[in-house]
Structure formats: structure tokens, C-alpha cells
Design a binder for this molecule. Structure first.
Ligand code: GDG
Length: 464
């Protein structure tokens, strides 16, 4: 059996326990264990001298981690990946700061990584590359003569042409993406946006539904909505709350609203705080009876736009609490901290409403985790942004437009007063999808396609 080689910006630490790793890391690790293989990624360290790979072997998997120099970290990671691609792909051109030298570094790092990886890859290995830091990775591998089957999964949205065209290297990026054999997207809208962008810059031949030919290269572009591990989440969520928290929950009468996000401007945290404020303003019957918990661990704290949103949230949380708090009641708990995964799932289960309102999101796993954590006999209600990929599957959530404050407020009021029958019905409909499209299904369908689609080489031979 051919081995699987996974390449991602960050590598899961080989010592990560299964219970504490997120679903994505678990899904990939399970595929690697089954097939045997290699996980290649950044160890999160910055080092000027040490360019040798940090290697570990465990459970049939070799972990090979590289470090970045300070200038690679600044230009490839902070600037081009996180101050150009991330904001643009989340429709925030106002936050894009493009410089040629950052794009050059981005391509250079991709080439350097391909060179480091090449000696570790066998001819018949299949390669699965993850996310927006590595758009040109297959092109870099092809330049080195590597003929392996290479697939790519984009975890974030793919923007429409009005946005994508604003990126100076947009044509080059599209051509480089066509060096992959398989391109995976979270949602049909992302796949369509990619094809539309491609059609504007080159001739695209439709071979059949998902197979196209562009720049004379065959590419398969398909949708694979990422999932979670519902059974594992259920087990974590069912466990007892730590005693202090259980005591706190008992003391807190009334209903709880929970949101969990990396602290990121794409998640719509500020708009959410404002919607909560309007709820308290317009529906005074909820005052004193509800509490909203926002867990938002700092993310990409070196990027200015992330520091800005963090300050804005602190100000807003203080202002809202200052306005509405009483001696007995605090309406909003803003927790800028990271919590253990197993605790998060328990917290989800104890909260009556899951409020997930990103302005734009590839999928949003929190929405699925919230539902999978619920007690089937007394489930909470999910409020979900229609701009999250998850909204395509979780159609029984209360779907909202996060830019429509009054709409979010009305959904909050509806969720807080929803009867058990309706909550159960919606929960069951969402669980059916979550169970079917779980993380194992996601890994397996991507890898089955990657192993079976005609590759660029086979296609050349067949058409020669
Ligand atoms: C990208 C795409 C796509 C959050 N806080 C804590 C914590 N988390 C966990 C959540 C969830 C994960 O992080 C976040 O996943 P999301 O999907 O919600 O969002 P991104 O991080 O932006 O992920 C996204 C995803 O890739 C997968 O393809 O869905 O659209 O943007 O699992 O639970 N985990 C722990 N402590 C925290 O404080 N342990």
C-alpha cells in the first residue's frame, strides 16, 4: 500500500493525546496510522541556524517538523499568509497589506519546504497538502520533478472574482493551484468561485462534473465538507463538570448562551456583542435571567488587525457590563483564554444556546461540536450564520445574517423560548447530518478520490 504524506502549516505534536487533539488532527492521524506515513509541518519555532528537520516516529507515523527564520515567519507567515490571503479569502480587502517581497518569500518558503520534503517521499506515496499557506506547494514539487498524486484541501472560503482579482498574483496562484491533481473545498460556493476565477484567466475545459482541464492540465475540483467526531464529543460532553464549575452552574439560575472562537475578525465577535446588547435593550424580560459566555483565545496576536479586534472586544464587553450589570447579575463573560477541549464540550452541553455567527467561515467546527455535545433528551438551540460553510448542512439551526442585528436578536429571543419538541426535532435533524458527514467520512472520501482519479502523468500517457 502506498504511504500517505500530509503537509500542513502546523504539525500536531506527536505527543498530543487523542482526547485533547481537535477532530481534524485526530482524523488525519488516524488515516496516517492506518496507511503508514509522514506528517510534515512547522514546529512553531523560529530559528536562524537550525535548518535540519526535527523527526519523531510513533504508531506508524513519522513526524518531520521544520522551523522558520524570523524573516520567513514575518514575510511568508504573518504577512502574505495572514495579512493578504486570510483577510482577502474572508472578504476583508480593507485589511489586506500586499507587498511583492512577501509574495516572493511565500513562494520561496514553499519551494524550500518542497526541497526539504523530497528526500523523504517515495515515488508511490500520495500527498495531501492543507490550507492557504501552501497554495503553490504542488507547483514547487513538480518543479523538482515529483510525479506523485498530490491533493489539496482549502479549509477557508475561496473568494469570488471581484475579491480574488484584487490580489496582484491572482493569475499566478491559479496556475500554480492547477498543479494539484485534486482540489478539495468546504462548500459548492467555494468550488464554483474557484472555477469562475479560473475561467476568467484561462480556457477551462469541462471534462465532466468535477474534472476540468486548465493550462492543459487535468484537475479534479470537488466539495468535501469537513466534519467532527460525534461519538468522541458525546463521551467528552457527558462527563461530569469539574466540581467548582458544577457548583457555579447550580448557583446560576436562568439560561446560558455560549460562543467559542479563535479571536479573529472573521468570526463576527463585535457584531455578536452588539446583538446581545440590543437583546437586553429591546427584550428587558431577559435581563437578570440570561448570561452570555464568549470564550475567545488569542490567535495570531502578532498581527495588528488581531490586536485591534482584541482591544475593541475588551472595550465593548466593559461597556455592556457597565451598562446592564446589577449587584446580583453580570450579563456578559468575555474569556480571552484557551480551555481544555474536554471542558469545552461539557460547557457546550450545559448551555441552552450556541451562538455561532461568523461573518465568513470555511466550515466552522464549533457549530457541529455544539450540537454533538447536547443532551438528546433536552438539547440546546444552535444559532448559525448563513455565511459559515456549516449552514449548508445544518439547515435546522436558526440561520441568521450576522450583519442583520435585529435578525440575530430575534433569533436569540426565539432560541431562549423554544419548546422541547422543536428543540429535539431540530437537534435530531442536525445530528443525522453530523453523524453521516463525520471526520472519518471526510478523510476517507478525499483520500479515496486522491487514490483513484487519473493523475496528470496518467492523463499525459493516455492522451499521447
Ligand atoms: C479553520 C477554518 C474550518 C477554539 N477555542 C478553543 C478551542 N477551539 C477549537 C474549537 C474548534 C476549533 O478550535 C476551531 O475551528 P473552527 O472551524 O471553528 O475555526 P478555525 O480555527 O478558523 O478553522 C474553518 C476549520 O479550519 C476546519 O476546516 O471549519 O472554517 O477557518 O475545534 O473547538 N479548542 C480548545 N480550547 C479553546 O479555547 N481546546
Amino acid at each position: 500500500m502506498s504511504r500517505l504524506v500530509v503537509v500542513s502549516n502546523r504539525i500536531a505534536a506527536f505527543k498530543d493525546k487523542r482526547e485533547s487533539a481537535g477532530g481534524l488532527a485526530v482524523g488525519i492521524m488516524d488515516s496516517l496510522k492506518y496507511q503508514g506515513g509522514l506528517w510534515f509541518g512547522w514546529n512553531g519555532k523560529i530559528s536562524e541556524e537550525n535548518k535540519s528537520l526535527e523527526k519523531n516516529h510513533q504508531d506508524n507515523i513519522t513526524f518531520a517538523a521544520f522551523s522558520l527564520t524570523q524573516s520567513e515567519y514575518d514575510q511568508y507567515y504573518l504577512n502574505f499568509s495572514n495579512t493578504v490571503i486570510w483577510p482577502a479569502f474572508h472578504y476583508r480587502l480593507d485589511l489586506v497589506q500586499y507587498q511583492h517581497k512577501d509574495y516572493d518569500s511565500y513562494c520561496h518558503v514553499n519551494e524550500m519546504l518542497a526541497e526539504q520534503l523530497r528526500p523523504l517521499v517515495n515515488e508511490d506515496d500520495i500527498m495531501w497538502i492543507h490550507d492557504y499557506h501552501l497554495l503553490p506547494f504542488a507547483a514547487a514539487c513538480r518543479k523538482l520533478g515529483m510525479k506523485n498524486r498530490i491533493g489539496f484541501f482549502l479549509h477557508i472560503p475561496f473568494p469570488t472574482s471581484e475579491i480574488f482579482n484584487a490580489l496582484p498574483p491572482h493569475k499566478e496562484l491559479l496556475e500554480k493551484l492547477c498543479e494539484y491533481d485534486l482540489l478539495g473545498f468546504q462548500a459548492e460556493s467555494d468550488r464554483q468561485a474557484f472555477i469562475e476565477n479560473l475561467s476568467l484567466v484561462t480556457n477551462v475545459e469541462n471534462l465532466d462534473d468535477n474534472h476540468i482541464k486548465a493550462y492543459n492540465k487535468p484537475v479534479t475540483a470537488r466539495v468535501y465538507p469537513i466534519g467532527v467526531e460525534p461519538e468522541n464529543i458525546r463521551l467528552l460532553a457527558e462527563g461530569a463538570l469539574p466540581p467548582k464549575l458544577a457548583h457555579l452552574r447550580d448557583k446560576m439560575n436562568g439560561q446560558l448562551i455560549i460562543s467559542v472562537d479563535r479571536l479573529d475578525y472573521s468570526k463576527g465577535l463585535l457584531e455578536r456583542f452588539q446583538a446581545y446588547e440590543t437583546l437586553l435593550e429591546n427584550y428587558p424580560q431577559h435581563r437578570g435571567n440570561i448570561r452570555y459566555f464568549q470564550i475567545a483565545p488569542t490567535s495570531r496576536g502578532d498581527v495588528q488587525a488581531y490586536q485591534d479586534v482584541q482591544h475593541e472586544l475588551e472595550t465593548e464587553a466593559g461597556r455592556i457590563n457597565g451598562h446592564f450589570s446589577t449587584l446580583e447579575w453580570t450579563p456578559l463573560f468575555y474569556l480571552n483564554q484557551h480551555y481544555e477541549r474536554s471542558l469545552l464540550m461539557k460547557i457546550f452541553r450545559h448551555c441552552e444556546v450556541g451562538l455561532v455567527t461568523p461573518l465568513r467561515d470555511g466550515m466552522n467546527l464549533v457549530a457541529k461540536e455544539y450540537v454533538a455535545s447536547q443532551n438528546p433528551n433536552d438539547p440546546g438551540v444552535l444559532i448559525l450564520s448563513r455565511f459559515a460553510g456549516a449552514a449548508n448542512e445544518l439547515t435546522s439551526a436558526l440561520l441568521v445574517n450576522p450583519y442583520d442585528r435585529d435578525g440575530v436578536v430575534a433569533a436569540l429571543d426565539k432560541a431562549l423560548s423554544m419548546q422541547l419538541e422543536e428543540r429535539k426535532q431540530r437537534y435530531q435533524e442536525m445530528m443525522a447530518v453530523i453523524k453521516k458527514n463525520n471526520i472519518v467520512h471526510w478523510c476517507q472520501s478525499f483520500l479515496t478520490d486522491l487514490k483513484t482519479i487519473p493523475t496528470k502523468n496518467e492523463h499525459k500517457t493516455a492522451t499521447a
